[in-house]
Design a protein around this ligand. Structure first.
Ligand code: UN1
Length: 503
């Protein structure tokens, strides 16, 4: 059905192109809306990985000496190539992840935005000049390329999260090896083809800068241990992050972690409910609740709780669920059978702990992995409310005072995004103050998901502390060097220390 699309993206007939030799492993993506297999992708072997990492090291030696604005030129061309392929790549993302068409294309737009951002950055990498305490001394810091970066991405943003890392790493002078989710290798392959074409067409030493390692967990594990990769940037569950943090930490490598979220929206009595309801539905139901930024908890003032729940229920009834490539559909399938089971288990736990399902939660009777989004009346004390289930479940809770709302918001292990809907300036400012939300992202009158790339993206506590994409996140992809230069004829020591051979 989508053969022409695969053709245009250079990923057609992969099934036929594979060698028949023994020991070859395949990644087998499934279209979650149909449950049918998509073209298979050959996984790299352990030997191929070793060669890839050597190549990354060799490429880094040259790439680091290319002036950053020239490096930016490659990224600029990648951005242009992505613009040309936006519709096709967006549709492939829709087919492989089940996210709706506008979100699939939005993901490609996020990559383009990252490319634009990184091109600008390529002329702005900068350090400080710092006042020296010593006469005729100058102190400055400079930022140098770090080395080959290992990028591990999740199924739900199979391309944009690579771009957050790759576009920045490339202008910073790093090379990289990308291990995509085994569930979304086709998107990764299509992106790699776009990049390879750019690399071939530019007159710069960027061969080997961008490499793709479609592989299973064993290769991922090898990457974590590999000292040739000074930075591992990983997106995924808190469980994955604990492994990455531990293994990379053992070799004292650097890790950048973007892990689970259990994001809450607070709706205050003065909120514009029209906005609040729309934002909540997008945040909780959009991407079938499979964003790390999805809203999973709604904390509503007791005076408007019932009204909000009624309006939400009415809105949920209107959400069209179906084939994600069809116009008008707002919610596609979950990624697989396991997600359906996890959703069912979370709903059962909620009921056992005293919660009440007020809407949805059932599996749809059709092929693929479709569910109704669920609204659950809950209490903050229920243990399940503290867990991230990667599915469209929204736990709705009551609060009385703003202090209580903030306490509930902060009472979970994760700390990615948060939002308050209020027209009360004091409440909004309190939410953003040191005694407010403890998350990496805190919004006012905007939902929890759909962040722009210009800001630093990431969260605190079990979310891992990493920051990717905009602002000064680039600093994690470089090594800082503090330099002190003496242009005088004396050798004064810092802190007034005397160390004179003649005294
Ligand atoms: C993720 O789910 O891993 O803020 C990332 C957002 C998107 C990124 C989500 N820009 O929802």
């Amino acid at each position: 059905m989508f053969e022409e699309l695969y053709d245009r993206l250079g990923i057609a007939a992969l099934d036929r192109a594979v060698p028949a030799s023994a020991g070859v492993e395949f990644l087998r993506p499934v279209n979650p809306a149909t449950g049918k297999p998509m073209p298979v992708v050959r996984a790299i072997s352990a030997e191929e990985y070793e060669a890839m990492a050597d190549r990354s090291v060799a490429a880094f030696r040259e790439w680091r000496m290319v002036p950053p604005p020239r490096r930016g030129e490659v990224v600029r061309r990648i951005g242009e190539a992505l613009r040309a392929k936006k519709a096709d790549l967006g549709l492939l993302i829709t087919l492989e992840t089940g996210k709706i068409r506008t979100e699939g294309e939005g993901e490609v737009q996020e990559m383009i935005d990252m490319a634009d951002f990184a091109v600008g950055l390529s002329r702005q990498l900068h350090g400080l000049t710092i006042a020296s305490e010593r006469p005729r001394h100058r102190m400055m810091e400079q930022w140098h390329p770090l080395g080959p970066v290992g990028i591990i991405t999740a199924f739900n943003f199979p391309a944009a999260v690579w771009a957050w890392n790759a576009m920045i790493a490339a202008v910073c002078g790093d090379t990289m090896i990308w291990k995509p989710s085994p569930r979304t290798p086709l998107t990764a392959l299509a992106v790699q083809k776009i990049v390879d074409e750019v690399v071939r067409s530019v007159d710069l030493p960027c061969e080997g800068v961008f490499q793709l390692a479609p592989a299973d967990e064993a290769i991922g594990r090898r990457m974590l241990e590999d000292r040739r990769l000074p930075l591992i940037s990983a997106t995924g569950s808190c469980r994955l992050g604990r492994v990455v943090g531990e293994v990379v930490g053992r070799r004292l490598g650097r890790s950048l972690l973007e892990l689970g979220g259990n994001n809450a929206i607070v709706i205050a009595p003065s909120a514009d409910l029209e906005l609040a309801i729309r934002a909540t539905v997008f945040a909780a139901v959009g991407t079938a609740g499979q964003r790390c930024t999805s809203a999973r908890r709604l904390i509503v003032h007791e005076s408007i709780h019932d009204q909000v729940l009624d309006r939400l229920t009415a809105a949920y009834q209107r959400v069209r669920i179906g084939d994600p490539w069809e116009d008008g559909v707002l919610m596609g399938p979950l990624i697989g059978e396991g997600s359906i089971a996890a959703m069912r288990a979370a709903l059962d736990a909620a009921i056992a702990q005293g919660g009440e399902i007020v809407f949805g939660g059932n599996r749809l009777d059709r092929p693929g992995f479709f569910v109704e989004p669920a609204l659950v009346k809950a209490d903050p004390s229920m243990p399940i409310v503290g867990e991230e289930t990667f599915a469209p479940i929204l736990h709705v809770m009551k609060y009385r005072t703003i202090d209580e709302a903030i306490a509930i918001q902060n009472a979970v292990e994760q700390g990615l995004t948060s939002a308050i809907f209020t027209s009360d300036l004091r409440e909004a400012e309190q939410f953003l103050s040191p005694e407010g939300s403890d998350c990496g992202i805190a919004n006012v009158n905007i939902g929890t998901s759909g962040a722009e790339i210009g800001g630093a993206f990431g969260g605190e506590k079990s979310t891992g502390g990493g920051r990717e994409a905009g602002s000064d996140s680039w600093k994690l992809y470089m090594r800082r060097q503090t330099c002190t230069i003496n242009h005088g004829r004396d050798l004064p020591l810092a802190q007034g220390v005397q160390f004179d051979l003649d005294s």
